[in-house]
Design a protein around this ligand. Structure first.
Ligand code: FES
Length: 137
């Protein structure tokens, strides 16, 4: 598995998402309040594009009438038929043991580390004083 420098961190503000092509694979990277997640852009149901999905949170109830909302923006809802996937695991919310979107590791790395390698060469210059979004795929 290689590491790919995707973009400077400054090009990835909180709440944004980017569809990238990595070795012919369409992968969508989400920045949810500074936490980065990456999933294949293909819904495992019928191939809907997850980059166009709505980000929602988790609603749980410990008893009737008592609800708790958490994990704001960490679940993507496919725009085609509404299946939901956990950005942290790729697992389907309804059938977590059977259905999942392919997930990839994504991290932030300082430019000073990237110039040491081993990373796949990209088409933009890497400056040691900046931070970058790096994907393993
Ligand atoms: S294609 Fe995604 S829910 Fe049907």
């Amino acid at each position: 598995m290689a590491r790919h420098v995707i973009a400077p961190l400054r090009d990835f503000p909180a709440g944004s998402r980017k569809l990238v092509d990595v070795k012919g694979r369409a992968i969508v990277i989400f920045n949810v309040d500074g936490a980065f997640f990456a999933l294949a852009n293909r819904c495992p149901h019928q191939g809907g594009s997850l980059v166009a999905g709505h980000l929602v949170g988790l609603i749980e109830a410990s008893e009737p009438g008592c609800y708790r909302y958490s994990r704001r923006g960490e679940i993507v809802r496919c725009p085609w038929h509404g299946w939901e996937f956990d950005l942290r695991t790729g697992k389907s919310w309804c059938e977590p043991d059977r259905v999942r979107a392919r997930q990839f590791a994504v991290a932030i790395a300082p430019g000073a580390k990237l110039v040491e390698g081993p990373y796949v060469a990209e088409t933009f210059p890497v400056r040691i004083e900046d931070d970058y979004v790096v994907l393993e795929a």
